[in-house]
Design a protein around this ligand. Structure first.
Ligand SMILES: [Zn+2]
Length: 62
């Protein structure tokens, strides 16, 4: 059992792309089997998605 004294609104997480602190309740999250990522909005989420896809499809260096 976790005794949580904080309210949910006071919990913040860093955006995985721009590292901005965002309220957990407002964050978009992407869960996989090995990690949970948080994003401040669709802009950062799309940016991360495109990076993930391009890294999978191409092996060329940046
Ligand atoms: Zn962001």
């Amino acid at each position: 059992m976790i005794d949580k004294t904080k309210t949910d609104e006071s919990d913040t997480v860093p955006c995985n792309v721009c590292l901005k602190e965002i309220p957990l309740s407002a964050a978009r999250s992407e869960e996989s089997e090995t990690y949970v990522l948080h994003f401040c909005g669709l802009h950062c989420y799309d940016k991360w998605r495109s990076q993930e896809e391009s890294s999978e499809e191409t092996a060329s260096p940046k």
